[in-house]
Design a protein around this ligand. Structure first.
Ligand code: FAD
Ligand code: NAP
Length: 313
């Protein structure tokens, strides 16, 4: 019987593993085997330099995750490179299913992250991280985007926030919106409309990312008139929303309407006592490595308290 099973391998999972390991709880981490299409180590394995994680002026995303993994092991975590297929939270101890294996555990920490939605247009794979990004806050300040025309796709709050953020670096920002309205909150819309560096192209879909070594243009189509055109651009930012990785839970933990795991505010407690959630799988607002790590620490402390309460019963 395990004390704590941690599912995931991003900053949230490793912060939880470090704290649980140091608490001598002998945590078991299932880091996933390309779960949700992402390598063990999580979203930061898909990026280059990380410049906003305290303690590192600049560090490669994959390097940072290698260091976190090593620290988890150093602190006593056991890590298996396997994906959790399903869980049974209907009775305590909980059951965790991994391939043909079924492991019982007193607590579970869910740190399975979220996957940024992509369009799947031609050129996307080729120019990913060479002009295309799904995180303006993370990548927008990079030199390759300075004083360039930058394109943001999406009409939600994230798109508005990213477009506004990018105006600090870009010569101008073009938002491609597939409908003739924004989904973003009115306050966000007002800020977007008021910013002279932002122009909106309504009823517009991106068809192709074009370039040689890096992105140089975006081929677009007006879905009302059918007219195609080319926008010369140095950057393309997707703000299409994220899919939290919760399918394996099969509805056994309460989710918010947005699909993220619902947690009690200020804690990592979920609808199931003994099951905790941290990182991007429960965070639709901040979605940063440092906030994920912070909530991973909270999850380990919450789980430790729960285990103590089990013992004293
Ligand atoms: P994730 O990093 O999403 O990791 C979750 C892991 O769990 C994944 O490896 C996944 O495969 C695994 N998993 C999923 N399901 C299962 C399962 N069933 N069983 C086992 N494992 C599973 N933030 C910053 O602070 N600074 C940056 O510079 C920065 N740059 C970014 C660049 C890009 C391109 C992207 C996409 C994001 C960036 N972010 C950055 C955001 C940051 O990466 C995330 O906020 C952070 O990684 C979230 O951590 P997490 O621990 O919640 O989960
Ligand atoms: P979102 O609200 O789901 O918006 C996604 C946007 O992408 C929508 O405009 C959608 O268009 C568009 N889109 C999706 N798929 C597309 C495709 N294939 N082609 C073109 N466009 C596509 O996601 P989000 O903006 O990330 O926000 C998620 C949640 O977090 C929301 O609840 C939001 O309010 C919240 N949030 C809040 C803040 C804030 O308060 N400051 C900041 C960020 C996020 P349609 O509109 O046509 O569907």
């Amino acid at each position: 019987m395990e004390n704590i099973i941690i599912i995931g391998s991003g900053p949230a999972a490793h912060a939880a593993a470090i704290y649980a390991g140091r608490a001598r709880l002998n945590p078991l981490v299932y880091e996933g085997m390309l779960a949700g299409g992402i390598a063990a180590g999580g979203q930061l394995t898909t990026t280059t330099e990380v410049e906003n994680y305290p303690g590192f002026q600049s560090i490669g995303g994959p390097d940072l995750m290698v260091k976190m993994r090593a620290q988890s092991i150093h602190c006593g975590a056991r890590i298996e490179t396997k994906t959790v297929d399903a869980v049974d939270l209907g009775q305590h101890p909980f059951k965790v299913f991994v391939g043909t294996q079924c492991v019982e555990t007193k607590t579970i920490i869910i740190a399975t992250g979220a996957t940024a939605k992509r369009l799947g247009i031609p050129g996307e794979e080729r120019f990913w991280q060479r002009g295309i990004s799904a995180c303006a806050v993370c990548d927008g300040a990079l030199p390759i985007f300075r004083d360039k025309v930058l394109v943001v796709i999406g009409g939600g709050d994230t798109a508005g926030e990213e477009a506004l953020f990018l105006t600090k670096y870009a010569s101008n920002v073009i938002m491609l919106v597939r409908r003739d309205v924004l989904r973003a909150a009115k306050a966000m819309q007002e800020r977007v409309f008021a910013n002279k560096k932002i122009t909106l192209q309504w009823n517009t879909n991106a068809l192709e990312a074009v370039g040689t070594e890096k992105l140089e243009a975006v081929r677009v189509k007006n879905n009302k008139t059918g007219k195609e055109s080319m926008i010369a651009a140095g950057g393309l930012f997707y703000a299409l929303g994220h899919n939290p990785n919760t399918a394996f839970l099969d509805g056994q933990v309460a989710l918010e309407a947005t699909g993220y795991i619902a947690t009690i505010s200020g804690t990592t407690l979920t609808s199931v006592p003994g099951v905790f959630a941290c990182g991007d799988v429960q965070d639709k607002v901040y979605r940063q490595a440092v906030t994920a790590a912070g909530s991973g620490c909270m999850a380990a402390l919450d789980a430790e308290r729960y285990l103590s309460s089990l013992e004293s019963r």
